[in-house]
Design a protein around this ligand. Structure first.
Ligand code: ADP
Ligand code: MG
Length: 233
């Protein structure tokens, strides 16, 4: 049974007098526990799609279901509640609070959740047991992204949404972050939707959804997804 389904989902942005059609009728279905990569060139609408799935962008027309909840009919307050309950978000540039330590960044997110996981345990899980009291400015990009992943995961989300999570990292550090995410998916069956323009990352996904110019161009199933350390980056 799918956890997420969209039917003819469309999104227009109005800038001044002109309207840009960004999503032009997206039909997708994501299964529970899947590790899905949404692949496509810059400007093809990937981030817009992910933001709509995460309840931080509204829908112009069409339908989006999370299980039997109609996201397309939700008002702002319902979207906030949906996001708080079900969604974890990881961004390219981490978006940590600079004046809080790693542990405090994770704890703040955990406190907003109904059934949070332990913040310290989550930081141990991402390999930061000796960095809990460090501030973002004193951490490498890879460490900051690990904090951001711990922050997203400690909400115990049903859907983990990652927008170019390795886009600001070097190849080796990026591989480590992808290993962390794919191992978490295998161990906990948390559904992951990852957006990227990096075609190599598609090799680690269960399924690859290719976007082109605001529509789905092609969907591919990987019978044997690679581990990140098996990919020739
Ligand atoms: P991708 O993540 O695939 O690079 P985006 O979803 O970020 O693509 O953007 C797709 C298109 O939508 C781009 O042309 C972008 O300029 C436009 N767009 C995105 N967000 C907005 C916005 N808030 N207002 C106006 N146009 C936007
Ligand atoms: Mg983007």
């Amino acid at each position: 049974m799918p956890i997420l389904v969209s039917n003819q989902l469309k999104k227009d942005f109005q800038v001044g007098e002109s309207v840009t059609k960004v999503l032009k009728g997206v039909d997708l279905s994501i299964n529970e526990g899947e590790f899905v990569v949404i692949l496509g060139p810059s400007g093809s609408g990937k981030s817009t799609m992910l933001n709509i799935i995460g309840g931080i962008e509204t829908i112009t027309s069409g339908e989006l279901f999370y299980r039997d909840e109609k996201i397309h009919e939700m008002k702002a307050a319902d979207l906030i509640e949906y996001r708080r309950k079900h969604i974890g978000f990881v961004f390219q540039f981490y978006n940590l609070l600079p004046n809080l330590s790693a542990l405090e960044n994770v704890t703040v997110a955990a406190e907003l959740s109904e059934h949070p996981l332990d913040a310290r345990e989550m930081l141990v899980r991402v390999g930061l047991e000796d960095r809990m009291d460090h501030y973002p400015s004193g951490m490498s990009g890879g460490q900051q992204q690990r904090v951001a992943i711990a922050r997203a995961l400690c909400k115990n989300p049903d859907l983990l949404l990652c927008d170019e999570p390795t886009g600001a990292l070097d190849i080796r550090t990026g591989e480590e972050v992808l290993t962390l995410l794919s191992e978490y998916n295998r161990e906990h069956h948390t559904t992951i939707i990852m957006v990227t323009h990096n075609v190599l990352i598609a090799q680690i996904a269960d399924r690859v959804i290719r976007f082109r110019d605001g529509v789905i161009d092609r969907v591919e199933v990987n019978e044997k997804p690679m581990r990140p350390d098996e990919v020739e980056w």
